[in-house]
Design a protein around this ligand. Sequence first.
Ligand code: C2E
Ligand code: CA
Ligand code: CA
Length: 723
Amino acid sequence: MVIPVEKPFFGNPSDLQSESQPSRILIVDDDAPLRRALPQLLAQDGRSFDACASVAEAVAQLSTTQYDLILLDYRLPDGTGLAVLDWLASRQREEAVIMISGEDAIDAAIGALRRGADDFVRKPYHVAQLQRAVQGALHKTSLERANREMSQQLRASERLHRYLVESSPDLIFTLDADGMFSYLNPRVEDLLGVERDRLLNRPFLSVVMPEDVERAQRFLRTPEKAGGGTFNAELRLRRPLEAGSGHVTVALKGIPMLGRGIAEGQGRYAGLYGVARDISERKRAEEIIAFQAYHDQLTRLPNRVLFKDRLELAIAQAQRRNGSLAVMFVDVDRFKLVNDSYGHATGDLLLRGIAHRLTSALRRGDTLARLGGDEFTVLLPEIDDLADAEIAARKVLAALDTPFALEHGEHRVTASIGISVFPRHGTNAETLTQHADIAMYQVKRSGKNGFRLFDPELSGHQCARIKLEHDLRRALERSEFELYFQPQVSLAQRRVVGMEALLRWNHPTNGLVGPDIFIPIAEEMGLIGDVSLWVMDRACAQLAEWRRDGLVDLTVSLNLSTHDFERGDIVASVRDCLQRHGVPPNRLELEITESMMIQDATRVAQKVQQLREVGVGIAIDDFGTGYSALAYLQKFPVSTLKIDRSFVRDIDGPTTNPVICAIAGIARGFGLQLVAEGVERPEQAETLKALGCDVMQGFHYSRPAPAAAISAWMARPPHGLLN
Ligand code: C2E
Ligand code: CA
Ligand code: CA
């Protein structure tokens, strides 16, 4: 193989002519005076001379020493100069020879030149004539020497390149103009599993996977157009049958070979050089990453992203053919229970089993995806009418009929399914999925285990409400709740004495939702018990943290709802929570409203009594807005009254305010603490203070904020606020 050497690395050609290189000259002549005279006549920088007088002496001398030039007399005492020439030729010596002879016989000259002499000078000669001949012969020798070195270097360079090519970890090959392999490096043997000789003169296309042949042909055609530039392609090469099946993916780089000269745009296309790197590993890694981005790890089903993609595609197709499609939202009933009672490993196992059953209930063209948790969606891309979707839903429910065998025994699974149909229930992916979700939630609400089509008659308001309920149910699981805190400031003590915990909901799409909106819904749905437990846990955890930071006199208040007193054992829950977080009971205060006290007075009063015995404080929230019957205050051993925001808002100037005056009197009479809510302006604080209220809560001091922000506020309260 010939490898182009881009830039020759031998020296400047003009160096070759320079005579400064040392040259050794041997004079062979039996004429002693001439032997002495010639060195002087031919003397020049760098030239050195030896002399001898016979064939035998010349041979002896040449056996030990190399010369650049020999001035050889034809007639010598023991033979002719031709004998010396023969000796030189037999040893492949490279000395230049100028034959000098008195013979005027032209035959002698021709004989000498034929046997390897470089020049012939006839005696008698002119000195200048000899000098020219010597000059010429030396010049020729030095050219020859340079030429020899050049080819030596070329050979060395070719050896190096060959070594590099042969031991390259990449596959390197050349193709002839017909696309046949004309060279392959040994790498092919482990890459494709065939001996390289077996591929020589066989078409390159024979090792290309059928799917890629067309692309490879393009790759082979490009060089003619490319006019010398390199080009790249990614191809799959197949291992020939005898090497077992399979393929390797390679990144191919090609350089066209041109017939004459590699100059750009010149010459005829004569094949190409190719370098192919095995990128199968990288390809596999890329495929895995791509798979992970679009699939659920646990079930290996498509994920939300891929589902949306497929749904959008299916909508576009349905639009084109004026057809319909359906989206099913499948939610496993009471799945959380499995996780809670048997652990996540069992939960995961069950989810995989469910995924498997659902897949088997669907048709090949349908897409089953897992959105997360126990939620699955199904795309039925081609349905003729609503009945088709219902049939599919029935099949899905039937697939879950047989109980699942779990470690702990048989487990029965049911699901709630909501269905929406394009174009009737929506024309884009988002609406269709959302409407299927709402329909699913309606199934849940009316007893689970069934399916339902989206009801287009639902008003926007109903839809929003159902959706909110639905989202609220997920909020706890998805940690969308956050606890805010609002400081309560004692004017007399000039410090923060308490914090009210106020709940917020970070809705994934609607943003921050206030408790006035979602607490009543949570109460209606029976979710409030879990919400209150969460609030209590977070509030005590935060209090414990503040206590570790040295704020040991701080009290945290939290709001309870009627339902907390009706269901579950609030007393035990409170006691557990305090213990779990190592918080002393007197640092916790529970806020209840007057309406709670009148509903089931005795029951509530009992629990309040027990809570007081545990040691926690009880505050009556929004005091003065309900039925503030003084009798209740005797019955309920509360510790604090909170003056409702509406009375504080009505304060106007430092005039006596009869309601606040009365509440302050009641607090004093019963020995209760008093907290004013909704203090927004300094004058309100002044008046409240004059009326005997010391602890203030309101925007004037701080708005409710996340714990971190409140901690920062406490570290640096606004200047003058606590003075
Ligand atoms: P609330 O217990 O009367 O809480 C005081 C409300 O007044 C809070 O509204 C607070 O942000 C607001 N507020 C505080 N200072 C001022 C002020 O200077 N001016 C004005 N205009 N408002 C002020 P928020 O946080 O929206 O809470 C509303 C209600 O939701 C609460 O009224 C409470 O009844 C209920 N709630 C809040 N968190 C919880 C909770 O964790 N559980 C239960 N069951 N109910 C909660
Ligand atoms: Ca409150
Ligand atoms: Ca209040």
